[in-house]
Every structure is written in C-alpha cells, then in structure tokens.
Design a binder for this molecule. Structure first.
Ligand code: CA
Length: 222
C-alpha cells in the first residue's frame, strides 16, 4: 500500500512518513500543494494524507482538483483547525476523513487502516488464499492456522500478492504498490523479498504458492 503525505511542516511530514514505513507502508512526502497535486496525479497512490494549510495551493483545492480529475483513492485531511465549517469544507471537497492536529500516531494509523480497507458489509477482515490467511487489522499471517512470522514489508508484499491471487503481477506493479517513490528499479529487492516469503512458506510446505511467471513477474495461487 502506497501513501502520499502532503504536509509543509517537514518535521511532522517526516514523523508520519517514518511511522508509516515502520508499519510496512510505502510512503512519500511533499511539502506544498502543487507538488501534492502532481505526484498524486502521476503515481498510483492508495491513500493521500493532505494537510489543509499548504503553500501554493491549499489542501481543500488540491482535493477538489484531484477529485475533479478522477482521483479515486481515499483522502484524509489533516489540519490544526477544528472548526466545524473547515471539516465540512474538507469533506465537501471530496475527502473521506478528517484528522485534527495534534493527533496521536496510533489514531492516524487506525484511520489509515480503516481507509485502506473499505469493506462492504459482510466482507471479512481476513484475506484467504488456500492454506494462507492474512488477518488485516492485526497484521498477522497464518499458514494452516499456524502463525507465520513476517516483517512489515514481507506482510505488505504478501498482502498484495494475495489480493491479486491467481493473477500474474509484474515487478513494476509490486514496486508501485509496496515500495515508495525512491525505489530503484535497477535493484533486485523485490526478488529478494519474494525469496524471503518463499522460504518462510516452504517451512510450512507451501513454498510453491508463489510461482515465477517468466517474462512477467510472480503469481500467488491457492
Ligand atoms: Ca500546514
């Protein structure tokens, strides 16, 4: 899951970016409105955290233009102001949620998780693929009901593969959704992480779940 943070207070932006990375998200930060607009239009983000008071173009305007241009990922507004009319303006411009600064990082994280997993009523919070189960709220993986110890990045990669189970995903698709904008496509990091996952699955006799698709990338099958 890839997240864009638009926040002109660089310390706050960096604090959020680091915190999200530690949780296994790919996160990029920009510090003004025009950059936020450009990056969000050019890259496949899964979520935008958008400060309202931004130089160049304010968050409400960025949100309005993105929605006008068909940007469909969830947007969460961040602001120091907590006046009702600001919240209404933000939500009216197309934001999905609103968080008032200062906030506890745990709360930001809980809202990010909720926004990234808009589940229709009745859909489970657990993703399944054959013998594999991913408990999304708890960030835990199980194979045949037994815990599978994964790093945050391994979990994100596996989640992406499970969400696309049965389909071949390219390294580019994986890089775009699991790694951040500084990802160097010349490295073999993705293959390295795929091997980590295979080895862990192999211990449970399920190493064959992730197949290499020649000339394309990888496919997870049940
Ligand atoms: Ca600001």
């Amino acid at each position: 899951m890839r997240i864009l943070i638009a926040e002109d207070e660089k310390k706050i932006a960096e604090f959020i970016r680091r915190g999200l990375k530690e949780e296994g998200y790919a996160a990029d930060a920009v510090h003004n409105g025009p950059d936020a607009l450009r990056l969000a239009e050019e890259n496949p983000y899964d979520l935008l955290l958008l400060d309202v008071m931004l130089p160049g173009l304010d968050g409400v305007e960025v949100c309005r233009r993105l929605r006008g241009g068909g940007f469909s990922a969830p947007i969460m507004m961040l602001t120091a102001r907590d006046r009702v009319e600001d919240k209404v303006k933000g939500l009216d411009s197309g934001a999905n949620d609103y968080l008032t600064k200062p906030f506890a990082f745990e709360e930001l994280l809980a809202r990010v998780r909720a926004l990234l997993r808009p589940r229709p009523a009745g859909e489970a919070a657990v993703l399944k693929a054959g013998r594999l189960e991913l408990d999304l709220p708890a960030h835990k993986a199980r194979l045949d009901g037994k815990p599978l110890e994964l790093s945050a990045k391994e979990f994100s990669l596996l989640e992406y593969l499970v969400r696309n189970k049965g389909r071949a995903v390219t390294r580019t698709m994986i890089a775009e959704h699991v790694w951040d904008i500084n990802f160097d496509s010349g490295t073999n990091v993705i293959d390295v992480y795929i091997n980590y996952l295979r080895r862990k699955l192999e211990k449970g006799g399920a190493g064959g779940m992730i197949a290499t698709v020649r000339g394309k990338g990888y496919r997870l099958s049940e």
